[in-house]
Design a protein around this ligand. Structure first.
Ligand code: XUL
Ligand code: CO
Length: 442
């Protein structure tokens, strides 16, 4: 990939990041992410399809509920919104090409600032879509997915497509339409719905049944619009149990799968799983990947990590090799993602104020994924990990167990088998043995 600069170089002291191998002590090099390395029949680049999240990297300025931003952006200076947005896009493509990310993701309002004027917003987004089109062409970077931010603007305080006020819903639709148009025009592989305020704060004022019906109707309407206009990609729902809303309708993968099935959306929609959303739901990332893979809806991943000492979405960059190796075991056994990629939905800390910090963060995340995938592949090929799990279920491979799986046994048959075979022997689940295998191959 060629570095793509605009009129100005924003990350001046930093050159393109290259793979140098595990022995390298260069902090500006990949030690594990060799994009051309073949693992399980594909290159690392093809496995991961890594993406940069526009919002965290170029919009989030480090502000939190206790204080204003700490990150100053050189690209945020011009007074004209479209010109300012073009500078931001120059900086974004410079970063993306320097760090060697093949994809990016955005919300409409990350690309250009919006006002209250729907038509003016459409014009602004269109101007930037044309600019992005050229940038994609010049760099080879592609759009992984687009989305609309229908949760930040105060008008969405009671929800977007689940808002009790139809007028607000229509504004959400206007934004989603614009973001779908942009995604189609830029050749995006997916379109994401994350329902940050699609839920409720209290049931005292909420008709939950009606809100969920509106949500389903909205998704159908958006999907039909996109398909009519040539969108061939995947729609993705991103589950999260809470935050900002107390209870969100897209709680976790299992909940979303039930919803998609109920409303006949399973043919068009898959799931975008985020690590820190999984943990907020009381699950592991691994659990959510397994649930989605088993249902055939493992679409895409938002990579980050939470903090075990607090209970909110800290969106830190991934660095936990042990957990990620467990996740990559499931990822590999599932045959990877269905069309999506791995988007770094993660932000550098408020006090990480050097231009280099964004590079360290992504290098660490990409290297951790690469090392975890390589480790998982070794475990699957060189250890008895797979065989152990297979053997654990071997009593269903023949005889009465097989007959049960095939639906050929009644309760009376099962009773008779229990009587004739006596008390079952204890069989160890060998958890510690298996955990040691993970550490051995790391
Ligand atoms: C919020 C979150 C979003 C979605 C896209 O927790 O993850 O950034 O990924 O709207
Ligand atoms: Co996300």
């Amino acid at each position: 990939m060629q570095v793509l600069l605009g009129d100005k170089e924003y990350f001046k002291s930093i050159n393109q990041i290259k793979y140098e191998g595990a022995e390298s002590d260069n902090p500006f090099a990949f030690r594990w992410y060799d994009e051309n390395k073949m693992v399980a029949g594909k290159t690392l680049k093809e496995h991961f399809r890594f993406a940069c999240a526009y919002w965290h990297s170029f919009v989030n300025d480090g502000s939190d509920p206790f204080g204003p931003g700490t990150h100053t952006f050189e690209w945020n200076k011009k007074s004209d919104a479209v010109e300012r947005a073009k500078d931001k896009m120059d900086a974004a493509f410079e970063f993306i090409t320097k760090i060697n990310l093949p994809f990016y993701c955005f919300h409409d309002v990350d690309i250009v600032d919006y006002t209250k004027d729907v038509k003016d917003n459409d014009r602004r987004l269109q101007a930037l879509v044309q600019y992005a089109k050229q940038k994609q062409k010049d760099s080879g970077v592609k759009l992984l997915w687009g989305t609309a931010n229908v949760f930040s603007n105060p008008r969405y305080m009671n929800g977007a497509s689940t808002n009790p006020d139809f007028h607000v819903l229509s504004h959400a639709a206007a934004q989603v339409k614009g973001a779908i148009d942009a995604t189609i025009e830029l050749g995006g592989d997916g379109y994401v719905f994350w329902g940050g305020r699609e839920g409720y704060m209290t049931l005292l004022n909420t008709d939950m049944k009606r809100e969920k019906e509106h949500f389903a109707r909205f998704l159908h309407t958006a999907k039909d619009y996109a398909r009519k206009n040539g969108f061939k990609g995947t729609f993705l729902i991103e589950p999260k149990p809470m935050e900002p809303t107390k209870h969100q309708y897209d709680y976790d993968c299992e909940t979303v799968i039930g919803f998609l099935r109920q409303w006949d959306l399973l043919n068009d929609f898959k799931i975008n799983i985020e690590v820190n959303h999984a943990t907020l739901a009381g699950h592991t990332f691994q659990h959510e990947i397994q649930v989605a893979a088993d249902a055939g809806v493992l679409g895409s991943l938002d990579a980050n990590r939470g903090d075990y000492q607090n209970g909110w979405d800290t969106d830190q960059f991934p660095n936990n090799l042990n957990e990620l190796t467990e996740a990559m075991l499931i990822f590999l056994e599932a045959g990877g993602l269905q069309g999506g990629g791995i988007n770094f939905d993660a932000k550098i800390r408020r006090s990480s104020t050097d231009a280099a910090d964004l590079f360290y963060a992504h290098i660490g995340g990409m290297d951790t994924f690469a090392r975890a995938l390589i480790t998982a592949d070794n475990i699957l090929n060189k250890s008895d990990f797979k065989q152990f799990r297979k053997d654990r279920y071997s009593s269903y491979d023949n005889g009465k167990g097989k007959a049960f799986e095939e639906g050929k046994l009644s309760m009376e048959d099962l009773h008779a088998y229990a009587v004739e075979s006596g008390e079952p022997e204890a069989k160890s689940g060998k958890q510690e043995y298996l955990e040691n295998i993970i550490n051995r191959y790391i």
